[in-house]
Design a protein around this ligand. Structure first.
Ligand SMILES: [Zn+2]
Length: 575
């Protein structure tokens, strides 16, 4: 057994590489055989868990107070002095385990992943991966520098976008056009950067002996349970089943706004997604203080399941949440893991909106994964594929949705809750076609790398896909803005192929929701059992345990969309 491991969080965050290195060295030189592999893994895991927890604790410290110079300094020290060394040391232990040919119990999936990563690893790719990282930063810089003059003031596009929620249509259009014009003025820069991305990716794939970057990305993302062909089937199924449903939603919202056709500036976030709420509808005000948010969410979770409610209560009681928005706090929301103690930390920026309620439900769904896997022995078994990690969170949004009303200690009247649930379900339906555009575009790019590296061909392909999947919105006269939509989807540039995961997870979440409509207790029990498997079984097995099918066919989408439209209809009757 290793000695000198830090035991408290105070000790963990000041751990120095000079203290960590001997522990890795011990593991590296210790003879490894069938009789001691379990204790060797336990020791390895206990070091890895603490390093992961150190990073999480430092991230939390820097994000809950962006002005905390000491936390910043510690984080930089970690990123420079510990992280790269720990990665290299981890790599050596992986190689040691693989070359031992030992197959410890419960380690099938971690071993499969390690084999795959080792197979893909090329020394010659390290500088290219670093180049790719630099291009990603350049991409952020281009978008970060975009500002416009709006009513005499220089503002960012994020602030400008607040105007899309205005009921004054002319003003919405003016803001939208201004944003589009500003983004189009960087067209050349993005196109040039794209060509650099494509060139470096083709070299990365070649170095790893892969026929194309797509095969590389597939293996790198550990996608063992579905193929590019499956993704194409999924897109076709979405076209057949979801696109008509999405078009019905656009039509309905158009009517509510008194419009024959929706234009892009009639959509809340300006580019795709949710149609604006009718002007008559005032925004929901679910809570006035963070204590009210906590109390409401706790009560909702207790109605979903007493154990889950208990998890949320202890997260709050143990100071493992930071929910309110304030000055010097990083934006966004997340749930991270303090892996050595198997506890979550939930971070939200709540200001009193319905989105804050949904975000808290979502991130708590992730936190339940950490509680349910607390008994899994090794850190390597905790790596849940993202396609299922998001089932835990999106599934929880849906499982919690019947309990949003005052009757369950929630936030809303019957009619308010009904509005919120309609918006949620419609948003989910509208997401699938957009996801299909993003995924189909990338399939095309890397299947046709020469055309894919040509921005003119990319524009044309994106425009075609847009017309095919999102016909419910009128873009006439805005062809250039429409065709360059791929510029503005950062995943395409920075994390290629990472997107279909959300579409697949959403389909899993809806199936669990459907089960709960029939038998709530069993559906939640199955959900919890699936969460407790962590990363120890395959993706289809995780879905199956949760009571869902991991699939891409129109039949399963039809069941999902019918169910969602059914609930939307029921809710509309209550508004
Ligand atoms: Zn999530």
């Amino acid at each position: 057994m290793l000695k000198n491991l830090p035991t408290t969080s105070q000790e963990i965050i000041v751990w120095a590489w000079s203290e960590i290195e001997p522990l890795y060295k011990d593991l590296e030189v210790r003879p490894l055989n069938a009789s001691n592999v379990d204790s060797w893994l336990t020791d390895w895991s206990s070091v890895g868990e603490r390093i992961e927890e150190m990073y999480s604790r430092l991230s939390v410290a820097t994000s809950i107070n962006t002005a905390d110079k000491e936390a910043d300094g510690r984080m930089n020290k970690f990123l420079e002095g510990i992280f790269p060394n720990a990665m290299a040391a981890e790599q050596k232990l992986k190689e040691k385990l693989l070359s031992s040919k030992l197959e410890p119990k419960g380690f099938n999936i971690p071993l499969r992943n390690m084999h795959s990563e080792a197979d893909l690893f090329r020394e010659s790719n390290l500088p290219l991966l670093a180049d790719q990282q630099k291009y990603a930063i350049e991409y952020d810089k281009i978008f970060g520098a975009q500002t416009v003059k709006w009513e005499g003031e220089e503002i960012t596009l994020t602030r400008l976008a607040l105007n899309f929620q205005q009921s004054d249509r002319a003003r919405r259009e003016k803001a939208w056009q201004l944003k589009a014009e500003r983004q189009l003025s960087d067209r050349k820069a993005i196109n040039e950067l794209w060509q650099k991305f494509m060139a470096v990716r083709s070299r990365i794939a070649k170095n790893a002996n892969k026929p194309s970057y797509r095969e590389y990305a597939w293996q790198q993302k550990l996608r063992f349970d579905y193929t590019p062909e499956n993704c194409k089937s999924f897109a076709r199924a979405i076209e057949e089943v979801v696109v008509p449903a999405a078009t019905r939603i656009y039509k309905k919202r158009g009517q509510a706004l008194g419009l024959d056709t929706l234009r892009p500036w009639d959509l809340v976030d300006g580019w795709f997604s949710r149609p604006s709420p009718p002007a008559s509808q005032s925004p929901l005000k679910p809570f006035a203080s963070i204590d009210e948010l906590k109390a409401g969410v706790s009560s909702i979770f207790h109605h979903v399941n007493p154990v889950l409610g208990g998890y949320f209560d202890s997260t709050v009681a143990e100071g493992l949440t930071d929910l309110e928005n304030r000055k010097n706090k990083a934006p966004g929301a997340y749930c991270t893991s303090y892996t050595s103690i198997r506890k979550p930390f939930v971070f939200v920026n709540a200001v009193g909106t319905h989105d804050d309620v949904m975000t808290t439900l979502h991130e708590s769904g992730h936190s339940f994964h950490i509680y349910e896997t607390a008994r899994i022995p090794y850190i390597q078994e905790l790596a849940v594929p993202i396609e299922f990690a998001e089932v835990a969170s999106m599934g929880m949004e849906l499982l919690a949705s019947p309990f949003l009303t005052h009757a369950y200690g929630g936030f809303y009247t019957e009619s308010e809750a009904a509005c919120a649930r309609v918006e949620h379900l419609e948003g989910m339906i509208l997401f699938w076609p957009f996801m299909a555009v993003v995924d189909s575009f990338q399939q095309w790019v890397y299947e046709n790398p020469r055309l894919g590296a040509n921005p003119v061909a990319c524009d044309e392909q994106w425009g075609k896909l847009w017309d095919r999947f999102i016909p419910g919105v009128d873009w006439s006269g805005l062809e250039q803005v429409k065709a360059t939509g791929w510029h503005r989807k950062l995943h395409i540039h920075q994390v290629p192929f990472y997107y279909v995961e959300y579409g697949l997870a959403q389909l899993g979440a809806v199936q669990i929701f459907g089960n709960a409509l029939k038998d709530q207790k069993k559906a939640v029990a199955d959900y919890r059992t699936a969460l407790s498997q962590g990363g120890m079984v395959t993706l289809p097995e995780l879905f199956k345990t949760a009571g869902a099918r991991f699939a891409f066919d129109p039949e399963i989408l039809k069941v999902a969309v019918n169910l969602m439209e059914g609930v939307i209809g029921e809710m509309e009757a209550k508004i």
